[in-house]
Design a binder for this molecule. Sequence first.
Ligand code: UT7
Length: 353
Amino acid sequence: MTVSSAERSDRAAVLCGLGGVLPRHGVDNAELAVRLDTDDTWIRTRTGIRSRHIAAPHEATSDLAVAAGRRALANSGTNRADAVVVATTTPDRTCPATAPLVAARLGLPGAAAFDVGAVCTGFVYALAAGAGLIASGVVDRVLVIGADVYSRIVDPEDRQNAVVFGDGAGAVVLQAGHADEPGALGAFDLGSDGDHEDMIMVAAGGSRVRADPDRASRAERHFAMRGKEVYRHAVNRMTESARAVLDRSGLSVADVDRFVPHQANLRILRTVAADLGLSADRCATHVERAGNTGAASIPLALTDDHTNQSLRPGDRVLLTAFGGGLTWGSCLLTWPELTPAAEPARHEEESAP
Ligand code: UT7
């Protein structure tokens, strides 16, 4: 499809569908305390998390991504997308990307399909990629999915990370429209600081170090995070990025109805909201029930907020994320009328291929 430059300047990506899934198996803090040196009080006071969902042994990231993508497409009213972008840190395989398989399983043959790796900021980066594909006239409809199965890369014996992370997937459908219509994605702020790549990493398994027990230790073969330092960077970067996107849009915090940050840790979310001057009741808190679900956390929180009507049509929504890399990003949009209402994020279907 060819789009003239005059048409392009008016074109915007508009959110028109939403869906999310959590694996069936929920794990509460008491269950974790049976096998790890931890307890419900520590987990709740340090993270705000009460439970998380863990993928079944046969479930991979693509299975959750397909289930979330199917819901988002159904919610958008049409099973059509010209491109599929999957943000994930836990692709099914190192090669190839997960998105082409997801597109095929969703019945979207020929769709452009690629993965975005920006760790917990992945969904905001993928949203920017999808919005750019639409705004430039390359495609008309994009399915943007955030999906992660952290339980596959976190060492189950690592009490710091095993209590924080959960599995899940969330998705939105973007379609070509106009910048002034509800659902239109507004300004973005994106950034990174690779000098701190070692703050959040899986050291082995890429081209630097083989994931071979003879070459890499158990710790190097699993997800590692310097929690306290990451916490500090997360608060600063998320606050700065949220302010930057508001400035770019000529808006202030008072214009924000709903703040939907990456669900890293309830204390981080509350601190960022307070630093921005946003009351706690305007901040999404899905982390309490799902833990930190990586790239899935923002679309899952949106699905949850939409389902329980914390998000209403016309609300101005601020999305802000932070993750490994380090990476961060924010985006503004006005919440659209979505019919029918998105379903709650529970995994009700058998998802094995
Ligand atoms: O999603 C991408 C971005 N990620 C984030 O933003 C996460 C940022 N970091 C965090 O959320 C927090 O740093 C954690 C939740 C990971 C850790 O909380 P913390 O308050 O920073 O705890 P800490 O690392 O300072 O550990 C305090 C104590 C330590 O014991 P000592 O050295 O004081 O004796 C830890 O060994 O708590 C201990 N500890 C635990 N105790 C019970 C660590 N994990 C646990 C646990 N249960 N699960």
